[in-house]
Design a protein. Structure first.
Length: 180
């Protein structure tokens, strides 16, 4: 993205500086700071996420027509610091999948907690070194309404993940992580 800084002198605008990059914050008309995009985006079909459209926003995992699998593919991890936040808004027993763009050497790091609703106990799951998929199946690996995941691009081919998921009564928690 390119933009220019303008200076207004005697009613005319003069370009003071040209800048190329990403806007992470700006002053609004009231003098307050706006720190980038906000708002909700509902995902209802397979999608390749982009930093320009999806980074910093709340991404609602909404039901796909016919309760079909939805795959949200993250952009290539480069160490940009991009943050993608996911909240389940509709249970999908055919899977919500969050995938890395590079299945050959990208991976997740960190952990997620899953509360077992009938045992009132939590289990923590960390990905293996080769795990590049997170699957929420609406049951054992999470995917209940309100479940939350956050992934952060912290280095080349590395995504940090954290989250809070639920396992419904009558099921036993299992890891949501796997590799392709």
């Amino acid at each position: 993205m390119s933009f220019s800084i303008l200076q207004k002198v005697d009613g005319s605008a003069t370009v003071v500086n040209n800048i190329t990059g990403t806007i992470v914050g700006y002053l609004d008309a009231d003098g307050g700071v706006n720190w980038g995009p906000s708002g909700l985006i509902t995902l209802t079909a397979d999608i390749s996420l982009t930093a320009d459209t999806h980074e910093g926003r709340v991404l609602l995992l909404g039901e796909v027509g016919g309760n079909a699998e939805l795959v949200a593919t993250l952009p290539e991890a480069t160490g940009s610091g991009a943050i993608f936040r996911f909240i389940v808004s509709v249970v999908n027993t055919s899977n919500y999948v969050i995938a890395t763009a590079d299945a050959t050497n990208a991976a997740f790091f960190g952990s997620v907690n899953i509360i077992d609703l009938d045992a009132a106990a939590q289990a923590a799951y960390a990905p293996a070194a080769t795990d590049d998929l997170i699957t929420l199946n609406g049951g054992t690996t999470g995917g209940a309404i309100g479940d939350y995941l956050e992934v952060i691009d912290f280095a080349t081919d590395k995504w940090m993940v954290n989250g809070q998921l639920q396992c419904p009564t009558g099921s036993n928690p299992a890891t949501p992580f796997s590799g392709t």
